[in-house]
Write a protein that binds this ligand. Structure first.
Ligand code: FDA
Length: 497
């Protein structure tokens, strides 16, 4: 409520925010979480909480009147359509050179992501977070994060036999025939539930193609893991449809946090202020970076240092599809939860996830999301003329990532006598090079903050989300974001509370 006092306020309910809330609450600290998206706890008119991937509706996009689907076309037909403006689950946030996809609602990105829960290879860790001790990460914090998130591996015997992973087996065959290592990756999906979906015993979710607009069953989003445990402490409250707009030192000590309550069309219903002893920025790489960049530039937090807004990367994301021969069908039933990738990181700078294309029809297509070792980093800056935060990403920079992804797929195409699909991202456009699912950086660890996420310039302000990670994790990022948050909050609880 307006005018209240809180000990710890957490901005955002994604991975970093959920870890912070749970660990603070377990240490006896009362926590209030602020989330601009909705709670996703109420069924829509179709009796389901989330919309299907193939039939987006008002629930699917964050404050847009037309969908902006990652795959904008199929077989030459545009897929986007008009929808009512609503605080939907997936934000396709446009900057000049890139569209950044993010989850919105209680649970953040865990609501919309593919659940791929990948711990990077230890030898690659120094490149990911150079100031963090790998020994403690791999002995303590990665295992803690994996346990907290409910990460498990698919039963490979079942995987070998189910129709739902035929597309992945085709992906493996083509990778191995070209000499690339094919690696299974764990996931947070409940595999027993998926087996029951395949057996027709329960309502389908992953096997109905549900993923980017939410999973109605089976996926262990943060609502079922960290946030459920945080709620069980009795010390954590969450306000959905509330957006933090400002944080500034309060005369009486601590911080004054300005918050807009919004309705489901995005209109402001009320403006509130809360006084918080400590504030944790966990609004995601883009959310935290935008807030801090603006607050520094406009005088609310002028003592933040020169690293605010810098070191942002797209995890080298680039998508593509390959057109297979008729004797290599990928299956009309495709589990929406990916299970594997092609690892050509050391030789070619790319790790390609073998992704589903859950259209419900046979497409003869193999689809991939590559994570690449691009050195490109962009910067957020305040634009006083527009009153917005800009991002200096240049679309042409993706060429480096495309070249790295080609280190895998040119070779596979040559070996298989196949070609790239050119009907998924626009006419004759092969590469999905306009987007990222993996924004990282903008308030980099040991630069904008100390080596545990305490913001330089202010006592009691912390960053605890993907903005700490300098632009690349070599694999899908949420396990690393969670593990780093576990590491940092342990130190913060011990020393600052
Ligand atoms: P996260 O973005 O999760 O949470 C931030 C929260 O803060 C959001 O809920 C947001 O609404 C809220 N917020 C922002 N500004 C605010 C404000 N001013 N006031 C109040 N609230 C505010 N990763 C992976 O490891 N494996 C995978 O399979 C995938 N797949 C995938 C698919 C798709 C479609 C997407 C979009 C993303 C993925 N990811 C992924 C990426 C992964 O989801 C992402 O890296 C994490 O969610 C980032 O976690 P954070 O804690 O940094 O922020």
């Amino acid at each position: 409520p307006d005018g209240s006092q809180v000990r710890a306020l957490v901005v955002g309910t994604g991975y970093g925010g959920s870890v912070a809330a749970l660990r603070l609450a377990r240490a006896g600290v009362d926590v209030h979480m602020i989330e601009m998206g909705t709670a996703w706890d109420t069924a829509g008119p179709d009796g389901k909480i989330f919309a299907n991937t193939t039939t987006p509706d008002y629930r699917s996009f964050w404050l847009r009147t037309r969908t902006k689907q990652p795959l904008s076309q199929f077989l030459g037909f545009p897929l986007d359509k008009d929808v009512p403006r609503y605080t939907g689950i997936l934000d396709a946030e446009d900057f000049a050179g890139i569209t950044v996809y993010q989850g919105r609602g209680i649970g953040g990105g865990s609501l919309v992501n593919g659940g791929m829960a990948v711990t990077p290879l230890r030898e690659r860790f120094p490149e990911i977070l150079p100031t963090v001790d790998p020994a403690e990460m791999y002995a303590t914090y990665y295992p803690r994060a994996n346990a907290g998130l409910g990460v498990t591996s698919v039963d490979t015997a079942w995987w070998e036999s189910t129709d739902a992973y035929q597309y992945a087996r085709v992906g493996r065959k083509h990778a191995q025939r070209s000499g690339f290592p094919f690696v299974f990756v764990p996931n947070v999906y409940d595999w027993d539930y998926m087996k029951q979906e395949a057996a027709g015993a329960v309502p389908k979710s992953a096997l109905a193609g549900e993923v980017i607009y939410g999973n109605n069953h089976g996926k262990k989003s943060l609502q079922k893991t960290y946030l459920a445990q945080a709620a069980a402490t009795g010390r954590v409250t969450v306000s959905a449809l509330h957006r933090v707009t400002s944080v500034t030192p309060a005369a009486a000590g601590g911080y004054t946090v300005a918050i807009d309550q919004i309705d489901t069309t995005g209109a402001v219903l009320a403006s509130k202020t809360v006084r918080a002893d400590r504030v944790f920025f966990a609004a995601g790489s883009v959310g935290t970076s935008k807030l801090l960049t603006r607050l520094k530039a406009t005088g609310a937090l002028p003592a933040l240092n020169e690293h605010i807004g810098k070191g942002w990367g797209d995890n080298g994301n680039v998508m593509c599809g390959r057109a297979n021969h008729m004797w290599d069908p990928t299956g009309k039933l495709q589990s929406a939860m990916p299970t594997a990738g092609i690892d050509n990181w050391d030789a070619g700078g790319a790790f390609a996830e073998v992704a589903p294309l859950p259209t419900g029809i046979e497409t003869y297509a193999s689809f991939y999301l590559s994570i690449t070792r691009t050195p490109r980093r962009a910067e957020f800056t305040w634009n006083p003329a527009t009153g917005r935060v800009d991002l200096s990403w240049d679309r042409a920079w993706k060429q480096t990532s495309v070249d790295m992804a080609k280190s895998i797929f040119d070779k596979i195409n040559a070996k298989e006598g196949t070609v790239y699909r050119s009907d998924l991202f626009g006419a004759y456009k092969i590469w999905g090079d306009h987007l990222t699912y993996h924004p990282l950086g903008g308030a980099v660890l040991d630069r904008a903050t100390d080596n545990h996420g305490r913001l330089h310039g202010y006592r009691g302000l912390y960053v605890i989300d993907g903005s700490l990670v300098p632009g690349n994790t070599s694999v899908n990022p949420f396990v690393t974001i969670t593990a780093l948050a576990e590491r940092n909050i342990e130190r913060i609880v011990a020393e600052d509370f």
